[in-house]
Design a protein around this ligand. Structure first.
Ligand code: DQA
Length: 145
């Protein structure tokens, strides 16, 4: 049976995981997280593709691709969460599930991180559970059909 496709999309600075503020974001690299999500996804019957970009336009285009293909998305919009109306408008166009994930608990951090402009158009939000948050988001998507 063909596996259902899911896009895991990571925004700005998340390619620096493992070296970036390890006390906040941990020691695991983006590549390691991506490998794990592909295999966890396969065990859930999902075909997971993980992408990361520091280019907001590129992320907007990936969200268009997800909207056009009705592809579920796990999205960590990183710093863009807090101010990108362009990403919010792109995320609003989706019809399939979109789960917003943050590695850190944005609500216990600086005040400017407490609000995400994406959350109101997400199916759900996971914050503060580290890389496990992505796996839980995949479990949710797998359980949806
Ligand atoms: C983040 C939280 C954001 O506030 C921050 O800008 C990030 C990562 C997280 O995963 O915890 O880059 O989205």
């Amino acid at each position: 049976m063909e596996r259902r496709k899911v896009l895991v999309l990571n925004g700005v600075n998340l390619g620096r995981l493992g070296v970036r503020e390890p006390n906040v974001y941990g020691n695991v690299s983006h590549a390691e997280i991506a490998d794990r999500l592909v295999s966890v996804g396969a065990s859930l019957g999902l075909q997971v593709e993980v992408r990361q970009t520091d280019d907001e336009t590129e992320l907007v285009h990936w969200l268009h691709e997800a909207a056009d293909g009705e592809i579920p998305v796990v999205l960590n919009p990183a710093a863009w969460s807090h101010y990108s109306i362009a990403l919010r408008d792109a995320a609003s166009q989706r019809t399939a599930d979109l789960v917003e994930v943050h590695l850190s608990n944005i609500h216990t951090r600086e005040e400017f991180r407490h609000h995400s402009v994406i959350s109101a158009v997400a199916s759900g939000v996971i914050a503060g559970l580290g890389p496990l948050g992505y796996e839980l988001a995949l479990q949710f998507i797998a359980a949806r059909r």
